[in-house]
Every structure is written in C-alpha cells, then in structure tokens.
Design a binder for this molecule. Sequence first.
Ligand code: FCB
Length: 451
Amino acid sequence: MNRKDFPEDFLWGIATSAAQIEGAAFEDGKGLNIWDVFSRIPGKIGNNDTPDVACDYYRKYPEQLELMKSLGFNAHRFSFSWARILPDGFGRVNQAGLDFYRRVVDKMLELGITPNATLYHWDLPFELECRGGFLTRDIAGWFGDYAELIFRTFKDEIPLFATFNEPIATYVGYSLGAFAPGRKGEKCGRQANHNLLLAHGEAVRRFRDVCGPKKEFGLDHPNIGIVVDVWHHHPARKDDPGDIRIAELENEKTYRSYMSPIFKGFYREPLLRYMEETGSMPDIQPGDMESICESLDFFGLNCYNRVVDSSDPSAARDEIEHRGGNFMDNGQEYYPKAIYDALANVRSNFTGDLPIFITENGTFGLNERIETENGRPVIHDPTRVRYYKGFLEWLKKAVDEGADVRGYFAWTLLDNFEWTAGYGYRFGLMRKEGDGYIEKDSAAWFRDFLK
Ligand code: FCB
C-alpha cells in the first residue's frame, strides 16, 4: 500500500500546534497564554517541563517545513497562537506576531505545502482567563474578533480554517484540572464547553461575513470547519448492562456532546439528563443552539484509538487480548479499525456527506532510544510504523467504500511539548537534538509510502 492507493488529490500532511512547537514564549511581544502560566505551577507537568523553547519552530520553521517536504508531505496543519497575535486576547494587535505567521505561510506556499490552520489549539491568552475565560459568554465576542482578524489577513492564502481543536481539552482544563487553566468542577467544565460552542458559531458567522456565502468545498477558496476527536467507548462485555451503561454515558459526555450541538443543533437527551442529575447544567439561553449549529464546509476528525470500558477492569483487558494480544509497547491497545469505525460513526450520525479530513492520527513512544549505527544516530520505532500502517489500511478501506475523506495529517513531525505529559511522551517521526534532527524508522516509512 502507498499513496497511489488513495485519491490523486488527497492531502498528506503533518499536524502540529503552536504551544507544542513554537517556543519563543516571551519574545517579540507575545502575550502569556494559559499553558505558559500553568506549566509554572510545580507538579502540574511531567518533569515540570514548559513550552518556553519546545521545537523552536518560531526560528526553525523554514528547515522544519523543508523536512516535511523532504518526507513527501504536501500539507501542514498548524495553529495560530492567539496571544502572539493579540497579547491581551483582544484589542491591541502585535504586528510581529502576524508577520511571523505571514512568513510561515509564505514558506509553505513556496514549498508547495497546503496550509491548514487552526485558530484555537488550547492556548487561551492568559489575560482572557483572568477575565473569566471560557466561563463567560464574552468569549464568543473575543474569539469572533480574533477569528475575523485572521480571516481578513489570510483568506487569500489559507484554504482550510478550523475554529477549535478538540473542544474536550477545554472541558479537561475547566472540570478535571488536568489541563490549563486547571479549574475543577463538572458544572464549570460544562459551562466552558457551552461557551466554547457559542464561540465556534460566532467564528463561523464572521468567516461567512469575510469570505462570502457557503460554496461547494474546494481548495481554491477558504473553507471553515472544526476538529473533534472521537475516542469511541465500547463495553468490554457486550451484553453486560453495567458495561454498556458506562460506555454509552462516556460517549455522550465526550464527542457526542460536541457533535450533536454542532451538527444537529441540540444536546442529546442522555447528556441533558446527566447534567440535570449531576447539577451541572450550563446556562443555555434562547437562540444558543441555533447559533452553535452553523453550516460547515468540512469536518476534521482526530482519531487515535478506541476505549474499552467495564465495571471490572480485568474484563476490559480480556476483551482486548481476546482480539489478539493487541497491546503496543506504550501500553495502549493496537486497534487500527478505530479510524474506520469513527468515520462510519460520524458520517452516519452527524456529518452526512460533508468532506472529512483526518486532522490527527499517531502514537507515542516512552522508551525510544538514540542508537548509533554506522556512525549515525538512529531511533527505531517499530510500534509507530505498525500503527501508521494499520490505521492507513483501515482508512483506505473506508475511502474505497465511499467515505469522502480529502486528506490525512500525521501527528507529528517532531517530539514536542505533549501538554501535561511534558516532553517524555514522544509522538514525532523525528527528534530534534541540538541543531540537528534524528530520523526515526517511521519517517523513512512515510517517505517510502509517499514517494
Ligand atoms: C491530541 C492533541 C494534540 C496532541 C495529540 C497527541 O489530542 O490535539 O495537541 O497532544 O493529541
């Protein structure tokens, strides 16, 4: 299998996000974001790592884009750092920030790399957090103004814009305290989610104002979408009512809590019941659901794995092993069919015929060592190679059977700042070491696949 088994105009890209790779956290007028601040609290991040330097993409973007190109990729999904552009989140524009992204986009175009931009990949300006962040409905206006500035500046160069990446991260940051900004409480998380959805709708309206009415999808003009991650929960014991209940509730609380309002205009009954019962119902005002459910041009699906749930933890392990001892060396289940299932799921339940991009897919290594072979440093990552191969085989099957998938983005080029996990969870096809880059087997695998 190689790229020729996929449609000719398929985009093959590398996905990244600003806070995870850019570094330059305090340079050229950038404002603080919630990860700059959260990572300062001792014990919040693995090894107390910070995003201060990361992969130094802020300076090294030309060579890192060239590396993508050298592997054969023709697209790049990146995110704008809101606080680099608007240091306070609103008002004053930092021209140096906009200029940086202008240079990055120009370099991509020069290399024949199609830009795919995300407006929000988890790095809220800290000043906005101080003013209530996602807990205030003001977020819709703040985000709308920021989005409008980006659309006006880049609408002629960037064909793919996503409002948000994985809204669930905001829930995790406002409800479980595990992500920035580190707030806790179910009601707090549900309110943050609802306000995020309002902000999404507002940005889509600004997009239509700036870029004109909805057209048929095409890369010759700007298109707007959103990226949601689907980790579908399966009951370990298919006829155990307890396991079924756990898995179903998790599916409602996670991806369906975004997909249903965005694509159908309502929160589903089981989620409403759950929020009622747990006292976590957000403030929903008349007209909110209509304003969230704006028509989109594409959907971005992030797919990493499935989840197996059980009231009895050993049953979950049994269900996985029953399918062939399918654990990877990072302890995760190897279940490449997850991508096929997720596509069928979103298409039949939410997105219908809307074009889809796989906006992230990848896996991490915990023990990848640099070895020396023939005087050269190498990193062997057979687990990652197997993972990509398996997922792409199942993606091909979905495409062959008619799923309208227009492209695929691997997460990611370089080992980087993996949020709360710090730098220890390595997702890269390569590793940056000093001023050089060490290629892993998976990078070579992609080069061969894309040739
Ligand atoms: C996704 C995130 C991305 C990265 C990968 C490993 O959930 O969108 O930023 O952390 O996981």
